[in-house]
Ligand binder design. Structure first.
Ligand code: ATP
Ligand code: MG
Length: 382
């Protein structure tokens, strides 16, 4: 069901600089300095040149109309970038239409004070304007109007994976659906890693995995994506940005980024799908800061003990063999040494094998169906 009840979801992600401190999402909130303003103006003049022809340029007034003046009841989420609204546009002309007619879109409105946001906005346009794949969310257009920066996407009916896994009162997702979601994400990442430029997504997490009406998964948020190493280079060096709890340890420690950093984050998401627990539990002060990975690792290497950490909201409705195989795969993805993590293409093959082999419970439900809850369980720096 997602978060479509007019109530914004708290921003759970954050940028961090490798410290152990709880992230503060600082870069997204930085105010403009005069130097930055100048840089922004320069980059603004380059924007139109670099924006892909595949995208529609919207005026701010059109988007105001499409969202009924960004009415609160059309608010579907909030992230570090800004608020996300539901809007309606004509399927052919993309002109704003009345709510309920034409096609539904998701409109992300960049917070005006965010300098880093402009860069992310442009990166998103540059990648999603070029790349199309069934497991990447479709970017329809953008708006650059004075200080306003918006992005217009296909609307993903079921919202984010984060909301389905962790939000109170939401129907738990069935095992078969969880595996299909993992496969969709793995397909999206495999596609990115297979491109000539070895695109690294860099911000894989449950809130950046969106689900369509059939629970098919698509990657969203390319604001932190960047081209990976090519030729003899083993990595690209970057300023460390991403989300605590999901980012690979060597990347946090050194800033060295490789496609295997995405593999690690994928391992974290797979663990979240298995356990129904967040990468980092936000229990408030006084509680342990232990990450999901550190907590779960000792269980993952023992095929009997692994069943003890499975999401109790699955109500036992999963294949034991399937769960053990998925846990073993997660453990490989979470290897401390990136060299020993499998490439995404192998991860995808393992998941597809798991899906087609006899690893589903006899009562496995169709992808997209939900189950009833039983108990709650708890150097180009860039
Ligand atoms: N295309 C879309 N279709 C439907 N809902 C969407 C779409 N894009 C975003 N949302 C909703 O808006 C929420 C906020 O998205 P957003 O990407 O801005 O923030 P986030 O992913 O939670 O955090 P971050 O800023 O770190 O990416 C999502 O969790 C999702 O529920
Ligand atoms: Mg996001």
């Amino acid at each position: 069901m997602g978060n479509y009840c007019g109530k914004p979801v708290a921003h759970v992600s954050s940028n961090f600089t490798g410290s152990k401190n709880k992230a503060v999402n600082k870069t997204k909130q930085d105010l403009f300095t005069s130097h930055q303003k100048a840089a922004l103006q320069t980059s603004q003049s380059n924007v139109n040149k670099s924006i892909s022809n595949n995208l529609k340029s919207f005026s701010f007034n059109d988007l105001k109309e499409a969202t009924k003046n960004f009415r609160r009841e059309n608010l579907i989420g909030e992230g570090g970038f800004g608020y996300v609204f539901k809007g309606w546009i004509d399927e052919i002309t993309y002109a704003p239409t009345k709510p309920g007619s034409g096609m539904v879109v998701a409109i992300k409105n960049l917070k005006p004070e965010s300098f880093q946001g402009h860069k992310e906005w442009l990166t998103e346009i540059n990648y999603l304007g070029q790349l199309q794949h069934e497991n990447l969310v479709k970017l329809i257009g953008y708006c650059l109007d004075g200080k306003s920066r918006l992005l217009i996407y296909e609307f993903m009916q079921k919202g984010s994976l984060e909301n389905h896994l962790f939000r109170k009162g939401v129907q738990p997702i069935a095992w078969a659906t969880r595996i299909n979601i993992a496969i969709g994400v793995a397909r999206g990442l495999t596609f990115l890693h297979s491109l000539n430029s070895n695109v690294i997504f860099r911000d894989l997490k449950a809130s950046n995995i969106l689900l369509d009406s059939d629970f098919n998964a698509k990657l969203s948020d390319f604001g932190l994506a960047r081209d990976g190493p090519t030729g003899d280079n083993t990595h690209v060096s970057t300023r460390v940005i991403g989300t605590q709890g999901y980012a690979a340890p060597e990347y946090v420690a050194t800033g060295h980024l490789t496609p295997r950093s995405d593999v690690y984050s994928f391992g974290v998401v797979l663990l979240e799908l298995l356990t129904g627990r967040r990468a980092i539990e936000d229990n408030g002060p006084g509680f342990s800061d232990e990450t999901l990975v550190n907590w779960a690792k000792p269980f993952l290497s023992d095929s009997r003990r692994v069943l003890r950490i499975m999401d109790t909201r699955l109500g036992g409705q999963y294949s034991k063999k399937g769960a053990q195989a998925a846990a073993a795969l997660a453990l490989q993805c979470l290897g401390t040494d990136p060299k020993f993590r499998p490439p995404m293409v192998d991860v995808l093959a393992a998941l597809e094998g798991l899906n087609s082999s006899n690893t589903m419970p006899p009562m496995a439900q169709k992808s997209g169906t939900e189950i009833r809850a039983t108990k709650h369980s708890g150097h180009s720096h860039n």
